[in-house]
Design a protein around this ligand. Structure first.
Ligand SMILES: [Zn+2]
Ligand SMILES: [Zn+2]
Length: 268
């Protein structure tokens, strides 16, 4: 089975310097890069970060000819309320295979900023409140996408316990899941969140919640910013889903989901 990681970045993303050669060295038949589209990005002085998709289209042709690799065209859309028209205008110029939807910032600070990186950050409660509200707006208004990534992004840098998050956000996260189910947007298990930011307990709470609401579309994404993180911990993510009786994940191409059996996949 030609399974591929649906969340990867290269130097076309503002926060990655990874070369395509390092991904090609993995010897894959098919891959996708989901570069950051983040407008008014406070991490970059409020500039628009728009990936060079023309370059990605050139890579598609070159990789097919030189390496016999199918490169799918992906994007990770960072959403801030009020940006819909500008985002949709940029997105409409290309035929994407996979569009990821994220919330990274609110124009003033990134939700992973701390006092050390941005003096404008607020209290943990205010940041998490805003993040969750914004994610709900995102999945309500920016629905021409396939995957909601790292639902826990706005919790990553805070010390809040699972109990606190459950108490404060179960209602809103439930609404978020209801929206993605309604719009057939998949729920991503994000390796970076689970492995690097140790948010496994958040996923162990969220997976059964999503399932209880009727959710069926899961995806695996490493969020690699280095080729060495390609498919990071996918075997653990597979086992995690199987603990909840899930044995299918969605694989996207031309914005269409194909369901793939986890039991037929082997990850190292
Ligand atoms: Zn992201
Ligand atoms: Zn990403």
């Amino acid at each position: 089975m030609n399974f591929y990681d649906q969340h990867c970045h290269t130097h076309l993303s503002f926060d990655s310097e990874e070369s395509i050669d390092n991904y090609l060295a993995l010897g894959l038949e098919k891959l996708t890069f989901t570069e950051h589209l983040d407008l008014d990005n406070p991490v970059n002085g409020g500039h628009d970060d728009i990936p060079d998709f023309e370059q990605a289209v050139i890579w598609q042709q070159e990789m097919k000819e030189k390496n016999d690799v199918d490169l799918l065209l992906g994007v990770e859309v960072g959403y801030v309320p009020g940006q819909e028209n500008r985002l949709n205008e940029i997105l409409s110029s290309y035929d994407f295979d996979i569009k990821l939807l994220s919330c990274h910032h609110n124009r003033i600070y990134d939700y992973m900023d701390t006092k050390e990186t941005n003096a404008k950050v607020e209290s943990s409660e205010q940041m998490m409140d805003q993040y969750v509200d914004q994610l709900l707006e995102a999945v309500t208004h920016m629905t021409d996408v396939q995957i909601m990534t790292h639902f826990d992004y706005g919790f990553r840098v805070h010390d809040a316990s699972l109990e606190t998050i459950q108490e404060r956000y179960t209602e809103k996260i439930t609404e978020i899941f209801q929206q993605i189910i309604k719009h057939e947007i998949a729920f991503e298990l994000n390796s970076k969140s689970i492995v690097k930011y140790k948010n496994l307990d958040l996923y162990k709470w969220a997976i059964p919640l999503y399932l209880s609401l009727g959710g069926k579309l899961f995806t695996l994404g490493s969020d690699a910013h280095l080729a060495s993180d390609y498919m990071l911990a996918f075997n653990d993510l597979k086992k995690l889903l199987q603990q909840y009786g899930v044995d299918e994940v969605a694989l996207y191409e031309k914005e269409q989901a194909k369901m793939v059996k986890l039991s037929e996949l082997s990850f190292v």
